[in-house]
Design a protein around this ligand. Structure first.
Ligand SMILES: C[S@@+](CC[C@H](N)C(=O)[O-])C[C@H]1O[C@@H](n2cnc3c(N)ncnc32)[C@H](O)[C@@H]1O
Ligand code: SF4
Length: 381
């Protein structure tokens, strides 16, 4: 039985939707452009996985549900509704659906509201046409204001926009204008995720060195984003996420606190703290194999690992370091102070990343150590 290690009853369910219209040049996620014919069976397989998990006592009512992808908005709404209806959740659960701007229609967003979706997340990336082209992204930027406005009209109080900075051909002005375009919308989103373009192995971007991002350019773009969003009333939630007060993402917060979540669907990851003390497992990667396993009554789990002892504590610290909560001061050794100069500030017994530190969060985390005082194994909160 899953118990609640993160605090007041938080439990998340992630549903992976592995279908896309087109694969963007930078994307290495487990998603496919040629398997739409599986959608109906895929929805049934997800519902079956939920039923099986419930029968095994592995699910408690979720406080957050996240349909991610791939492109969840590509799934027919009735199929998404069937999966959502199968999920046990609390009455105040946050339910997010990732949506590509070209899929946002009044009918679809109204239907999402009607079935209990509470939060929309739009994959915008940029409002500059040539930047979208450089990313291998196909949507028309003119669809972005329409999508965000439709979400408002449909009654969504919680809206996120995903952005990417650092594509070749993007100028500082293009990036500043993208931020501005989003912030100046009639009903701007309360949450913004801004990711540095990452070169993922095996992607078309990886094979084209001329399109690889420049580290210094990306650092400058990050600092600009933080300044612009800060001035607009957004606070940083995590290195790549900012929110206005009251617009934080409950589901993401659960991840950052090393909470318990259950992944449903192909390639979905799950994590539980108890009773085993840190177990992670993940499902078969392709929708074909996933659907086949579910239809044959077999387990969809591909593999699992235990994350225990100091490794688990360190993992929690690494996650916490990326948030404004920071880590206990003793988790970042003082003798390294010179190396961490300007990257970490120490406040009320906590060590918290500065803006520059956030840019180097991965490097800073190599200095983390398990505090001697930590008896609970959860020092990063
Ligand atoms: C995997 S997509 C799924 C949602 C939806 N299909 C979309 O594209 O918005 C979620 C987000 O991950 C980000 N992303 C994916 N690959 C990335 C990469 N290589 N570098 C930076 N951001 C990336 C994009 O901002 C994207 O919106
Ligand atoms: S970024 Fe989104 S739309 Fe593009 S291929 Fe990846 S999952 Fe699909």
């Amino acid at each position: 039985m899953v118990t609640d290690p993160t605090g007041p009853g938080e439990f998340g369910i992630y549903v992976h939707v592995p279908f896309c219209r087109h694969r963007c040049d930078y994307c290495a996620f487990a998603t496919y452009t040629d398997r739409d014919s599986l959608m109906d069976r895929y929805a049934e397989a997800c519902a079956a996985e939920v039923r099986g998990a419930e029968d095994a006592g592995e699910l408690v009512p979720a406080t957050s549900v996240f349909f991610g992808g791939g492109t969840p908005s590509r799934l027919p709404t009735d199929a998404l509704a069937r999966i959502l209806a199968a999920l046990p959740r609390t009455t105040d659960a946050e339910v997010t659906v990732e949506c590509n701007p070209e899929d946002a229609t009044a009918a679809r967003l109204d239907a999402y509201r009607a079935i209990g979706v509470t939060r929309m997340s739009f994959g915008v990336q940029s409002t500059a046409r040539h930047v979208l082209a450089a990313l291998g992204r196909r949507h028309d930027p003119e669809l972005v204001p329409r999508a965000v406005e439709l979400a408002h009209t449909a009654g969504f109080a919680q809206v996120n926009v995903d952005l990417i900075y650092g594509a070749v051909g993007e100028s500082d002005e293009d990036w500043a204008r993208t931020l501005d375009d989003i912030l100046c919308l009639p009903h701007p989103p309360g949450h913004i995720s801004a990711y540095a373009l990452t070169v993922e192995p095996g992607t078309p971007l990886a094979t084209d060195a001329a399109r690889h991002p420049d580290d210094d350019v990306q650092a400058a773009r990050y600092e600009l984003a933080d300044a612009v969003l800060g001035a607009a009333g957004f606070e940083w939630e995590e290195v790549s996420n900012w929110a206005r007060p009251g617009h934080g993402c409950r589901h993401n917060t659960l991840y950052w606190r090393q909470g318990d979540y259950r992944g449903i669907g192909s390639a979905a990851h799950s994590h539980t703290n108890f009773p085993e003390g840190g177990r992670r497992w993940w499902n078969l990667r392709t929708p074909d194999r996933y659907v086949a396993a579910m239809e044959e009554g077999l387990s969809p789990v591909a593999a699992e690992e235990r994350v225990q002892g100091d490794a688990r504590v360190l993992e929690g610290l690494m996650l916490a370091l990326r948030t404004p909560a920071g880590v206990p001061e003793s988790a970042l050794p003082l003798e390294e102070e010179g190396l961490l100069d300007g990257l970490v500030e120490r406040r009320a017994d906590r060590a918290i990343l500065t803006v520059r530190g956030r840019l180097m969060a991965t490097a800073v985390s190599t200095f983390l150590r398990v505090p001697v005082t930590s008896g609970t194994g959860r020092p990063g909160r």
